[in-house]
Write a protein that binds this ligand. Structure first.
Ligand code: KG4
Ligand code: ZN
Length: 339
């Protein structure tokens, strides 16, 4: 079965073809970073309009990569939420219309489920059950995953998500947009300095997170006096240390709590090198294993959506939405339980 995946929830247009027998056959992403840069963040209307421009050329490119024709497509999966309403509508209308024209099923997919299952696309995928640490721009969640569609939320961010904290802190340090990768890059030039930031909720005894206070602490430190370039790097380093320490400690605690040996990390912050270093070290020391998606599949892409749709189709799961244009800009992943 050949499943087309369409991702358009935010500022990346992703299109991919996943073959249930042969794996990923084509995948292409267009990022809108350059377009939003001038505004210091994503402008939803511009994002929607750009998705419209990109979808057809990306579909053509992916079909060519796969050596396939659109009549070979057996189902069209698309991100139905959560995300920006206008951006989601573009992908939903495109996918639903294409599916109708090809007389194949359209499969609305939950964006976070896409991220969650994306490590299964790797050459050495994890087996179920596992604990998933989902760290994206909009969500920070720890979950026990026993099968496709069986997700138990263990804990989540009570305020800013990890990626959001990276982005907002980067903005405070005037690192531009997108802030997360820029802040991580600056942190690599830093090291221990005079800054000491809190490790929020490190010892809260649960699996919840809170990162918004860190941003305020960075703001306070930055306002004390003008920072030299070296101090800015030290502050970025300390911020990254604080976030990654809390994420790693809680992820390890979640594994212990569930009595599981496999940890899966998904979402944009999963690309963070320091987080990977910490998780690799902590799991190796305890004979546990951590799995990541391929680096290019950490951030938003169509491959994870195609894969997720294919899994649901193969599992015989019913459609998630009520039909055409069933977008859900706000959509708690927990609602997928038992679907
Ligand atoms: O999963 P994703 O592509 O989009 C959402 O669904 O949110 O994640 C994007 C988030 C952004 O907040 C971005 O700043 C963050 O992931 N990010 C990083 C890194 N690469 C991307 N944060 C820290 N270090 C990185 N290397
Ligand atoms: Zn995402």
């Amino acid at each position: 079965m050949l499943v087309l995946g369409i991702e358009s929830s935010c500022d990346e247009t992703g299109v991919a073809l996943y073959d249930t027998a042969r794996g990923l056959r084509g995948h292409a992403v267009h990022t809108q970073v350059a377009m939003h840069e001038a505004y210091g963040g994503v402008v939803p209307e511009l994002a929607s309009r750009d998705h419209i421009r990109r979808l057809v050329p990306l579909l053509r490119a992916v079909l060519a990569q796969a050596g396939a024709h659109k009549s070979d497509i057996d189902a069209v999966a698309y991100t139905a939420g959560p995300g920006l309403a206008g951006a989601l509508l573009v992908g939903a209308s495109f996918a639903e219309a294409l599916a109708k024209a090809l007389a194949v099923p359209a499969l609305p997919v939950h964006h976070l489920e896409g991220h969650l299952l994306s490590p299964l696309l790797a050459t050495d995928p994890p087996a179920f059950p596992f604990v998933a640490l989902l760290v994206s721009g909009g969500h920070t969640q720890l979950m026990r995953v026993t099968a496709v569609g069986a997700y138990e939320l263990l804990g989540e961010s009570l305020d800013d998500a990890a990626g959001e904290a990276f982005d907002k802190t980067a903005k405070l340090l005037e690192l531009g947009y997108p802030g997360g990768p820029a802040l991580a890059k600056l942190a690599e030039q830093g090291g221990p300095g005079r800054f000491r930031l809190p490790r929020p909720m490190l010892n809260s005894g649960d699996f919840d997170f809170s990162f918004s206070g860190l941003k305020t602490a960075v703001l306070t430190a930055a306002r004390e006096r003008p920072l030299s370039a070296a101090e800015k790097a030290q502050l970025a380093w300390e911020f990254q240390e604080a976030v990654t320490e809390v994420l790693a400690v809680k992820a390890l605690a979640a594994l212990k709590h569930c009595g599981l040996a496999r940890l899966v990390v998904a979402g944009g912050v999963g690309a963070n090198r320091r987080l990977r270093e910490r998780l690799d070290a902590a799991t190796a020391a305890r004979h546990l294993r951590v799995f990541y998606p391929e680096l290019e599949l950490c951030t938003d892409n169509g491959a994870m959506i195609a894969f997720c749709g294919a899994q649901r189709l193969m599992a015989g799961a019913g459609p998630l939405g009520s039909g055409a244009f069933a977008i859900r800009p706000r959509w708690p992943l927990q609602e997928l339980m038992g679907v």
